[in-house]
Design a protein around this ligand. Sequence first.
Ligand SMILES: *Cc1c(COP(=O)(O)O)cnc(C)c1O
Length: 387
Amino acid sequence: MPAPAALLHSTPEARAGAVLTVDLAALVENWRLLKRKAAPACDMGAVVKADAYGLGLEPVARALKAAGCATFYVAHLDEGLALRPIVGPEPRVVVMHGPNPGTERDFAGQRLIPVLSTPQQVKAWGSFAQANDVLMESLVQIDTGMNRLGLTESEFAGLMNDPDGFAGLTPLALMSHLAVAETPAHGLNAQQRARFASALSTFRLKFGDAKGSLANSAGIFLGTGFQYDFARPGAALYGVNPNPDGPNPMIPVVRLQAKILQVRRVDAPSPVGYGATFQAPDGAKLATVSMGYADGLLRSWGAGGHGHVDDVKVPVAGRVSMDLTTFDVSAVAASSLGPGAMVDIIGSRQSVDDLAAASGTIGYEILTALGRRYHRRYLPAPAAARK
Ligand SMILES: *Cc1c(COP(=O)(O)O)cnc(C)c1O
């Protein structure tokens, strides 16, 4: 436990080894951009699972709610329970993993909307609703080609053909998830959409006013035919490119800067870091920052990765260690390496997607791996821009 703040003489920012800046105005701008991409009747929600992709559930959800977002999606019940007091009673909170056995009462208590993905969940929720006489909405998820989560084609057909199959349910929507939405030319997109459209029309024979929900971030960009009634964007809100083969239409939301702890010059060719995998040439200038793999930098980024000091690209020198990473800053002027100097890891010269590509992964993994030791700075959404 840290000492109580009142007993300390320094600010959290002064104590931290790195600074993570989250631009809530950019986040809100991205949500609006997605909303403009969709038909006016489409409910543009926000996926805020995994602590809003690592950026902080509370500030992110507050900013989006203030901008008019009325439907939030999380993965776990506990995430829904955490979100309810943040957004207040009105917004829909959809829990995508649905109720684990015995948790139904806690969904109902906080008006959390479960996604039902197995016959067992459908049955348990239906029985709970009937036994307690609650008319709580749910979403029913079907699998349309990803084989990850959702009723299989035959499970769905079985429930549809059984007069008591969906007994007790008040479905808000039928839902499915796209496997290859960020590859628009892939044939599976059209296949999934066709299966979804057909299942939705069958579902509506039982539940006339059931809506549809299919699109994640990239799905929204596949066009209005994929958007249906409830869109579920996550990554694009946080600045990740929803169509990786083209320019990024989203605004960057995240900046990550690591404080330089020490600068040294080597006066002979010398190894750097664990394993001595990197040889710094004679005269090289090295800067070690207060950030490592415990903070979400991937070890696989070490070979070939780089940051920036001002406009100068600085290669990672050697391996990323748990709390420290060293850069070759030979090309950086001494005046840029004074007290308080930082290395830009994510910023205007290296996007989340760039850092991910250099680490052999995707922006989603970079964001959700972001560490807990950063000082987090939130740039507010301008009040004037709120609706
Ligand atoms: C995570 C998730 C989303 C959001 O996907 P993005 O690609 O981040 O927009 C939408 N739907 C489901 C079912 C998810 O699990």
